[in-house]
Design a protein around this ligand. Structure first.
Ligand SMILES: [Zn+2]
Length: 478
């Protein structure tokens, strides 16, 4: 057994040991939850001010003993740009640095922990700006459990699944630097056997793989789930998952309806973030509950003032209570959320949110062949110098504008993306990459439209996917 595999198995065992407690916490009453949050918040700020030079300066005047959710908004917010700029002073282990994490992310395919305990992931996030995040041993397990404790509870209560590992098919990110793929690799084991189907594969290969795997649980982007539901309706996909988890894109009512028509009422919506893990996770009653034992989420308007329940925020400030390796205290995420004022029928004390509105990425369709935006996200995200980007579909490929913090070889990057498009089935794709000083933002600073389809009507767009008749699937062109 490799050194990595031995460590990984120990990590799985440690995560399993944490599972009962994290499942129990979901049932906590409001008072117990609030006391826990105050305790965790003070511990986080104590660690940050003791071990992070940047936070020591920034929060020098904070009286930790009186810090709670009512006084937290007095602390300054943290943007992604600030985090990336001061990263080496923000991490609480002096051995960690952004440059080293970037190097680690480039070699992550072989499977490794940094210093035997750290996991790094990256994200392009909703503004298209690249971010790098690092989790220590326990917090990476909590990150995973924050997404999966709900289905683990279902699994443990299911007479058939209680006897064997549940098979989880993840039709998600292609590269281990992304959270979903990294989680699937680390925690494939005792309770869940993860099988990954990179979303960049042609649909017919994904369908064939799913038919063979016969997953108990399925994890997919909503836009991909919609295609899979159509494949099932067309008689090509034959699976019977007990639960379907979706995330990273808005779950449109049409997509939920199509999936529930095919597989029954089992779609669990997850608002996942690289900064917090399962930031809000669906319950069986259709509510999506904020993981309030792990995170403090403050919905705010553009100027950072709190918005009332029932109103949609412009962004949120997220405080991650469990990851002390990279303290994120009032970290700005430009996702729009609406906290619902009414309690959920399930009785949970955890606040719930309406569907997250940010992060809608348009699928590009080339002569009936669908290309998920993840293909571009993955290749562009792996390029260290790229800060943000905008991808315009062309008839034969794409025209991409990138803003960079370090020199980037645009030709090589373009060739790599063209090769990825060719692997997904396009013939002789053409991709041009142009380095620019700034990107167009007609809707304001937070509203970069990252993916611009050639013809918005030909893609699965947010308006009415069901109204346009069958969505073209890749096999249609053959
Ligand atoms: Zn609920």
């Amino acid at each position: 057994m490799s050194e990595y595999e031995a460590l990984r198995r120990r990590h799985v065992a440690d995560a399993m040991a944490l599972t009962p407690r994290l499942i129990d916490q979901v049932d906590w009453p409001a008072g117990q939850l609030a006391a826990h949050r105050t305790r965790q918040l003070r511990e986080l700020v104590r660690t940050a001010t003791e071990r992070s030079p940047w936070y020591r300066r920034r929060l020098a005047d904070v009286d930790i003993g009186r810090l709670d959710e009512t006084t937290l908004p007095e602390l300054p917010a943290l943007t992604k740009a600030e985090l990336m700029e001061h990263f080496d002073d923000i991490v609480t282990d002096g051995r960690l640095s952004l440059a080293q994490l970037e190097r680690h992310l480039r070699t992550v395919e072989t499977g490794s922990y940094l210093f035997g305990r750290y996991t790094a992931i990256m994200s392009s996030g909703s503004t298209g700006q690249r971010g790098v995040f690092v989790y220590d041993w326990d917090s990476w397990a909590v990150f995973w459990l924050s997404m999966f404790r709900g289905v683990l509870r279902v699994k443990l209560a299911d007479p058939v699944l209680a006897e064997r590992p549940a098979v989880l098919a993840a039709v998600t990110a292609a590269h281990f630097s992304h959270a979903t793929a990294a989680m699937a690799r680390t925690f494939s084991g005792a309770h869940l056997t993860s099988i990954r189907f990179p979303v960049t594969l042609p649909t017919e290969e994904i369908v064939a793989g799913l038919n063979q795997a016969q997953p108990d649980l399925m994890l997919a982007y909503p836009s991909v789930l919609y295609v899979l539901a159509r494949e099932a309706m067309a008689g090509r996909l034959h699976v019977a998952p007990r639960r379907i988890l979706v995330g990273a894109e808005p779950l449109l009512p049409e997509i939920r309806a199509a999936a529930e028509q095919v597989w029954g009422g089992k779609v669990i919506n997850i608002w996942g973030t690289s900064e917090g893990g399962g930031t809000a996770v669906g319950c069986d009653q259709g509510g999506t509950h904020i993981s309030e034992d792990q995170l403090i989420v403050e919905p705010v308007d553009l100027s950072g003032q709190p918005v009332a329940p029932g109103e949609r925020s412009a962004k949120v400030y997220l405080t991650n209570l469990y990851n002390h390796a990279l303290p994120l205290i009032r970290y700005e995420i430009t996702d729009e959320v609406t906290v619902l004022p009414e309690p959920c029928p399930c009785g949970s004390a955890y606040r719930r949110i309406a569907d997250v509105q940010g992060r809608l990425d348009d699928v590009f369709v080339y002569q009936g062949r669908r290309v998920h935006p993840h293909l571009f996200r993955c290749e562009l995200g792996r390029e260290t110098g790229v800060v943000e980007y905008q991808v315009r579909q062309t008839s034969l490929g794409a025209r991409i504008a990138v803003r960079c913090s370090a020199p980037v070889n645009a030709d090589i990057l373009g060739d790599r993306i063209a090769a990825a498009l060719a692997r997904s089935g396009l013939e002789r794709p053409q991709v041009t990459v142009e380095v620019v000083d700034r990107l167009e933002r007609p809707g304001g600073p937070a509203k970069l439209k990252r993916f611009i389809p050639l013809d918005a009507n030909s893609a699965l767009s947010r308006q009415a996917p069901a109204a346009r008749g069958p969505v073209a699937v890749v096999s249609a062109g053959r």
